[in-house]
Design a protein around this ligand. Structure first.
Ligand code: ADP
Length: 303
């Protein structure tokens, strides 16, 4: 069982402050900064490996220390990084994250090498996609790379899972090539409105995404679970009730475990259940990327 993940890889620098600085002001934090691994693509690749599938990651880093560190951590997590290229003259993607004492955040991302992922990189990694059972793509890398990956997957009969974050408008043109679309609530509403859905109810948004071409839609709803929309109809799936401590990356764990369950042959509803359990387990742990749930832990959690 193999999943190819095409997407972003970042270093995240997190500084906790009492209050955010106003423009042209400086605030000093009493705590050390935290350097952690991020980027939706890298998070999903690590979660695919934790889910027990073979993960092959296609991405770009800079020729720098942050990139080397990010790759070393992914390899240690069991991700094949043969198709992660180093980009001369570009820095590894970096997210600067400020968190205040209320838990609100302000995030700025320097895309760096992520912005240099091209259709040619996808061609170079064609064998890795062709041999996979599914690919997972998001929209934190250039559209031409995403489109190329979907084209190669389709040509080889490989399932396509699209998480249209963080810029869903780009996804409208290729929804017809997507087997499972996994937006969160705001992405689903936004995409549906672009497709011309007038009534803004979540159910109608999901129906609009099906009529826009996606074969199946799973809208994640945070602590409210998710909405599964297929040709058979709509179904709300309640969440696994947990005490959340850190919801960062829950959507990435969800996408990875859903895809892994699907390619093991689970029906979509069962794959959604597996993904809900894995994501719920992940929000009970601080620093999700460091403490990803494994397939065995998810099985135990469900029983
Ligand atoms: P994103 O982080 O991409 O916006 P969501 O916040 O919708 O994604 O979360 C993804 C999934 O994680 C949800 O559909 C749900 O299954 C699970 N999840 C998130 N927060 C909680 C929570 N507080 N309790 C239980 N499950 C949760």
């Amino acid at each position: 069982m193999k999943i190819a993940i095409v997407g972003s890889i970042n270093a995240d620098i997190v500084i906790n402050v009492r209050e955010f600085a106003a423009p042209n002001e400086t605030v000093i934090s009493e705590q050390d900064y935290v350097l952690s691994d991020g980027g939706k693509g890298a998070n999903q690749a690590a979660a695919v490996a934790a889910a027990g599938a073979e993960a092959s990651f296609i991405a770009r880093i800079g020729d720098d220390e942050l990139g080397n560190r990010a790759i070393a951590n992914l390899v240690q997590a069991g991700v094949n990084c043969e198709f992660v290229s180093k980009t001369p003259h570009a820095a590894t993607g970096l997210a600067a994250i400020l968190v205040n004492r209320h838990g609100d955040n302000i995030i700025s991302v320097a895309a760096g090498a992520n912005a240099h992922l091209t259709a040619a990189d996808i061609s170079a990694a064609e064998s890795s996609i062709a041999q996979a059972d599914a690919i997972i793509v998001q929209l934190e890398v250039p559209l031409q790379a995403v489109e190329a990956a979907i084209r190669v997957a389709r040509a080889h009969g490989v399932k396509v899972v699209l998480n249209p974050a963080p810029a869903p408008e780009a996804a409208l043109t290729f929804l017809g090539d997507v087997d499972v679309l996994i937006p969160n609530e705001s992405e689903a509403r936004y995409l549906a409105a672009l497709h011309g859905a007038e009534d803004a109810s979540l159910e109608n948004a999901a129906r609009a995404l099906l009529s826009a071409g996606a074969r199946n839609v799973v809208v994640t709803l945070g602590a409210d679970g998710c909405l599964l929309a297929t040709a058979e109809g709509l179904r709300h799936i309640p969440p696994y009730p947990v005490e959340a401590v850190d919801t960062t990356g829950a959507g990435d764990v969800f996408c990875a475990f859903l895809t892994a369950a699907l390619i093991r042959g689970a029906p979509l509803a069962a794959a959604v259940d597996e993904a809900s359990a894995a994501a719920a387990l992940s929000v009970t742990r601080p620093q999700a990327r460091k403490h990803l749930p494994t397939a065995a832990e998810v099985m135990e959690f469900k029983t």
